[in-house]
Structure formats: C-alpha cells, structure tokens
Design a protein around this ligand. Sequence first.
Ligand code: SAM
Ligand code: SF4
Length: 348
Amino acid sequence: MTMNKKLIDLIAEGYNFSISDIVSIIENNSEADDNYLFCRADKIRRSVYGNKVYIRGLIEFSNCCKNDCLYCGLRCSNLNPKRYRLTEDEILECCLNGYKLGFKTFVLQSGEDLFFTDNMICSIIKRIKENFSGCAVTLSIGEKSEESYQKYYDAGADRYLLRHETACKNHYSKLHPDKMNFQSRIDCLKSLKKIGFQTGAGFMAGSPFQTSECLAKDLIFLKELNPEMVGIGPFIPQSDTPLGKYPKGSLRLTLVMIALTRLILPHALIPSTTALSTIHPTGRELGLKAGANVVMPNLSPLKYRKHYTLYDNKLSDGEESAQCLKQLEARVKNAGYEIVTHRGDFIA
Ligand code: SAM
Ligand code: SF4
C-alpha cells in the first residue's frame, strides 16, 4: 500500500491531518491513488446517503451585483452583461414549473443586489413556502447582517449557501477588491450556523494564486466549521474580468477536493456543480463518483440564462436545464446513482 493510500484511510477514519498530508495527496500524480481516494469517498457517501442524488432547482433571479470579485463575470465593473431582475411573480412561476417537474428544493441565487430589500426577500420566501408546501428554500445571495439572515430564517428559509472562497487570508485578498474582507465572510458563515440554517461553504478549485497549502487550509477550515453543504467547482475564467486570462481549474483537482471533503465530512450535501459539467462532458457523473450527492439543474427563465455569465461558456441547457430532468435521470442512473425528488435535507 502506498503512503498516500494509508493517508487516505487515516483521514477517512477521522485522523487529524496536517497541511502537508493534504499537500502530499494533492501533488501526487498517481492515477491509482486518485482512484483509491474516489472509491473511498464513494463508499462513505453510500454508507450515509445510499445511491441517492438530491435535486435542487436553481433560480438565478438577478445578475446585478454591487461587489467586484475579480474572478466573476457579474462583478459591478463589468459593463458587458445585460443586467436583469426577475419579478416576484416570475420567481414564483419558476418554482411552479419546478414543482410540476418534481423539485422540492428551490435555490434562489443572485449577485449582491440591494434592489431586493429584506422585506422583498422575506415576502418571496413566504410565498414559496405557502404555495409549495413541503418544499425547502435555499438562499445564495451573499453577505448580509446577522439581523437580515435571522429575518430570512424566520420567514421560512431553510438553507444558505455562502462559499468561503478560500480559507487563506492572503489568497482571499488577491481574489477580491480591498473593500471585501475575509473576516466578514467567515463571520457571515458563523452567523448562519448560529441561526440554524443548513449552511453551505465552499471554494473554487484551481483559482488564480491558489496553492496546495491554501487547499489544505480549506479542508481544515471545513472540518472546523462543519457545514451541512459544501460547494466545490473548478475556477473557470471569464474573459471580461481581471482574472480572465488565468487557466481554468482542472477536473482532477476538483474531483480530489470533492473526495477529500467527503472523507472529512461524511454527511455533507455536496453538489456536482455546473462548472464541473462545463469543463468536462462527463464532469457531473465523475463528481458523483468522487463523493458528490446533489445536482442543481437550472430553473431560471430561458431568456435570462445567457446573462448569468459567471464564467465563459457556462452551461444552462441540456442536462443542466431543469426541463431536461428525464435525460439527467438517465445519465445519473447510468453512473450508478438514483435521483430522488424529496427535499433532501442534511442527515445528521
Ligand atoms: N453573489 C453570491 C455570492 O457571491 O455568494 C452568490 C452568487 S455567486 C455567482 C456564486 C458562486 O459563483 C461564488 O461563490 C463563486 O465561487 C462562483 N463563481 C464566481 N465566478 C466564478 C468563476 N469565474 N468560476 C467558477 N466559479 C465562479
Ligand atoms: Fe457578486 Fe457573487 Fe459574483 Fe462576487 S461572486 S461579483 S458577490 S455575484
């Protein structure tokens, strides 16, 4: 047995790994060791969630953003995307379409758009909960005050996704403008956990200036925070951004980070992301085989999808579209898993 396989076993058994342990796994180029890691992660996910894959309907309800993250095509300095906002009724209509297709979780995602006041967000949450009983609402609308988060929770929101982006302060400052602050992001995550949200953290694999040590720190951070959800996708350059000429994150690195996350957080809900499908034709299936257990097809109105340009060539049709659920089900089945349509809450 190789050193790395032994390490993988130890991490799966709860060993308190060090930065250099993780660096050794990331920088190891053995396909056999990678496959060992993926199998181990798959075994763990099956022991908690069986072969079930949960689906979430993603509604990208506004591409307006006050922030200027250097990697994101929605950043406020980018004048190219045609900005849009869905009305409350349009959002409800997306949910209705999704509900008819079998979706029981709606993920409301947007840029940090101050047009949507807390009252408006709460009204949207309440209307979804009233109209689609038994459904879960996930928010992914960025950094807010603890008071605002509490209002959303009280209005009925169940989950909140806020990727920490990187657990390395220095790296964070290279990906964000000066006025965005690593500590605020972490404080937001702590507030979300404290309030009682099923909370999602996460990061991009292969983002510019990221080192293996940064990724090891991401895992140490995740182990400590113990979030219910973890979103990990490859960085993909967006040509109109300052980081648009940096290379994309690799498939292998993304899969390794998903699998390691599954090892350290056996119960986490981990999506096989659209970004992973975008960089590889079978990325979604490979993500599932490396430990992911959630997929999030797009439910946004077709006419707006092309304007949610986080990165170049972002997929929003085919199996990434909620309307193609049947094809998605077939592909997931072919990979050895089964899409289920219940809420898919975190199993403690
Ligand atoms: N505005 C909210 C926020 O930042 O938390 C939610 C929406 S934001 C578009 C969702 C995620 O997209 C971010 O957390 C980031 O990790 C990811 N993202 C942005 N630009 C990306 C890129 N160029 N490649 C891959 N993922 C990207
Ligand atoms: Fe805005 Fe989120 Fe993009 Fe940052 S990542 S620019 S906060 S949409």
